[in-house]
Design a protein around this ligand. Structure first.
Ligand SMILES: CC(C)[C@H](C(=O)O)[C@@H](O)C(=O)O
Ligand code: SF4
Length: 428
């Protein structure tokens, strides 16, 4: 029987000729990604059992990102725990504060995770790396501890959902709008424990940044991970990071692979979409209701990349953030921060009256640098709008593309970015 890309990777990494959905397998993990929030608990589990070792320090990547630079003593201690472990175990892929940023985005750029690899981390957005044709997923602290110790992790082989996307994005419509529309259609549990495999001419024409936005949000539909097959775009992206095809294995889904669900989307019919509180599946067309905002947030592992910042700058250039709106822009990594500075984007943000923050998760999950107060209303380019996600439980979070966030920041209420851009900009 034919297999999907994900099934082929899981078969290869578990030493099986083939696997079928539902099968329990023990897999080798190519990479374990560690940040300072969930790794300390995993390390404590290992220490308490006298199992304080790592399977291979060279297959572990450590990036403190959520609560850095530390905003309180507790956060400082978690950071210290990660850092001292990294030094003790000789983990060389360590992207310290000032050298990294948001772990998932840092990882994209390192060239470490390659097509055909397996990656686990104690973070639900690990699915981000699936855009590279890898099987990447978040696990709990116990499985994380097991992976750190043994380099192995068990999985129930997931079913796969096929998402076929055809047509061309209209100006002002972006991959974020596509993924919000898919989640709206299938629901926040619509892909429960499934791999979301993205195919079709629209995906073929999409750059890697856009693909990462799609795979990143698989978890918001309950997905085990998202995945995109390797093509020339992937090869070129990896090539630019010094990774050549002889260093990885490309898998493609068989023509007779079995899919649990197939959905089809016409990208040309998409509109800028906003997920209303308090669930990412609550999408409506941007500008449907005139909702005043107090905060506008551009950042996160979903949409804090250079192309996102360029879209924001396109709209903010020569304009001002509305009075009464606090706009925060967070380039996802140090490299992106530097590139944005070189391209003059940071200056555009500052001239518009936006605050530019240092690379971290920060306000995305309400930890620091922009925590929302009672009844605040935030339009955010991140991925979750749950109650209390960014601060006070009475705050309202609306999710959208960076372009929609920028348009809303300028108007002071949730707005359609197409009102700000002519044909041929933003998504082109
Ligand atoms: C803190 C971490 C465990 C969490 C996750 O797993 O996703 C965070 O990154 C988030 O986005 O909510
Ligand atoms: S940026 Fe937000 S969603 Fe991404 S890992 Fe950090 S907290 Fe989680």
């Amino acid at each position: 029987m034919g297999m999907t890309i994900a099934e082929k990777i899981l078969a290869a990494r578990s030493g099986n000729v083939s696997v079928v959905p539902g099968q329990l397998i023990m897999c080798d993990t190519s990479w374990v990604l560690c940040h300072e929030i969930t790794t300390p608990a995993a390390l404590r589990m290992l220490e308490e059992r006298g199992m304080d070792k790592v399977f291979n320090p060279d297959q572990i990547v450590a990036v403190p990102d959520h609560s850095v630079p530390a905003m309180n003593i507790k956060a400082a201690k978690m950071y210290q725990k990660l850092k001292s472990w990294v030094h003790e175990k000789g983990i060389k892929h360590f992207y310290d504060v000032g050298r990294g940023g948001i772990a998932h985005v840092v990882l994209e750029n390192t060239g470490l995770v390659k097509p055909g690899d397996t990656l686990v981390s104690g973070d639900s957005h690990t699915c981000n790396a699936g855009a590279l044709g890898a099987f990447a997923t978040g696990v709990g602290s116990t499985d994380l501890a097991g992976a750190i110790y043994s380099g192995k992790v068990w999985f129930k082989v997931p079913e796969t959902m096929l998402i076929k996307v055809t047509g061309k994005f209209n100006p002002g419509v972006t991959p974020k709008d596509l993924v919000l529309e898919v989640i709206k259609q299938i629901g926040a549990d619509g892909a429960n424990y499934m791999v979301m495999e993205w195919v079709g001419e629209t995906i073929d024409n999409l750059d890697m940044e856009g693909r990462f936005t799609l795979t990143n949000m698989a978890i918001e539909a309950g997905g085990k991970t998202g995945i995109v097959a390797v093509d020339d775009t992937t090869r070129a992206y990896l090539g630019a990071r010094g990774v050549t095809p002889d260093q990885y294995t490309e898998y493609q889904s068989d023509a007779d692979a079995k899919y649990k669900v197939v959905i089809e989307i016409d990208a040309g019919a998409l509109e800028p979409t906003v997920a209303y509180p308090h669930i990412p599946s609550n999408g409506k067309v941007a500008g449907t209701d005139k909702i005043a905002v107090t905060h506008a947030y551009v950042g996160s592992c979903t949409n804090g990349r250079i192309s996102d910042l360029r879209e924001v700058a396109n709209i903010l250039k020569g304009r001002k953030v509305a009075d009464g709106v606090q706009m925060i822009v967070v380039p996802a990594t140090q490299l992106i921060w530097k590139q944005a500075a070189q391209e003059g984007l940071l200056e555009i943000f500052v001239d518009a009256g936006a605050s530019v923050s240092y690379p971290s998760c920060g306000a995305c999950l309400g930890m620091h640098s922009g925590v929302l107060g009672p009844n605040d209303v935030c339009i955010s380019s991140s991925n979750r709008n749950f109650v209390g996600r960014m601060g006070d439980p009475s705050a309202q979070i609306y999710l959208a593309s960076p372009a929609t966030v920028a348009a809303s920041a300028v108007n002071g209420y949730i707005s359609d970015p197409r009102d700000f851009i002519g044909a041929g900009s933003a998504a082109d």
